[in-house]
Design a protein. Sequence first.
Length: 272
Amino acid sequence: MTRIAVIGGGRIGEALIAGLLEAGRPAKDLVVVETLEARAKVLSERLGVRVTSVLSDAVNGADVLVVAVKPHDVDGVITEIGGLDSGGDRDQILVSLAAGITTTRLEANLPAGFPVIRVMPNTPMLVGQGMSAVTPGRYADSEQLAAVAEMMGAVGRVVTVTESRMDAVTAVSGSGPAYFFLVVEAMVEAGVGLGLTRDVATELVVQTMLGSAALLSESGQPASELRAAVTSPAGTTAAAVRELERNGVRSAFIEALHACRSRSVEQGKSGE
C-alpha cells in the first residue's frame, strides 16, 4: 500500500495525512482532494503534499482511496469514483471514514468486486491519540484489512469489529469525545461556582482527566475498582458519587449511547 489519496481536506483528512507523514510515509505518496481553494492552499503549505481539486487526478494514481467527507456527501463521491475510467486498473481499496455508511451501501455504487473497508475514527486522531474501528466489506481480504489498520495506526489505536457492531462503535468511541468534553465543561463550571478561577479550574479538570485515563490504561484494573479505591465510606467522594447516581448520570449515559446508535443506523439508511 504505497499511494494514498485522501478525498476531503477537513480536520480528519488533515490529521490522517499528518499522522502518516509523522510515521515516515513519503509526501510524494500522498495526495489530498480539496475543492475549496483557500483550504487547499493551507493544506499544501502545512503538510507539503500535493493537493488537487480534481477527483480523477488523485484517484487514478492511488492504491488506497480514503473518503473523508461528511456522510451526506459520501454517495456523490462514491458514485463519481465508480464512474471513473481507471484504464482497466482497479487494484485499489476504498476506505470510508464516514459515520453510519455501511459497506453494502458503498459497494452498491462501485464496480463489482471493489474492496471496501469501513472505518469509524474519532477526533483525538488530531493529536495522534485516536481510537478507530475497522470492518471489511464483502470483497476486502485480510491483507487489505491489515494494511488499512496499519494506516489508521499512524493516528492512534485500532480494533477490528464486525459490521453489525459499527453503530455501537460510533456510539461509544466515535461520538465519545463529545461526552467527555461535556463532562469537562460541567466540572469546570462547577469549579468556577465553587470560587476557583476559570484557568485554575480548567487546569485541575484537564490534568485530572489525563491522569485518570493514564491510570486506567496502565493499571490494568477496571474502572469500577479504581473508582472504589478513591471512594472512602462516608467521605467526600462518596457524597459526590451519591449525588451523581441520584441524578441518574449512569442511566443518562446509557440512554445517550443508545440514542447515538439509533441515529447512526438511521444515518446509514438515509445518508443525512
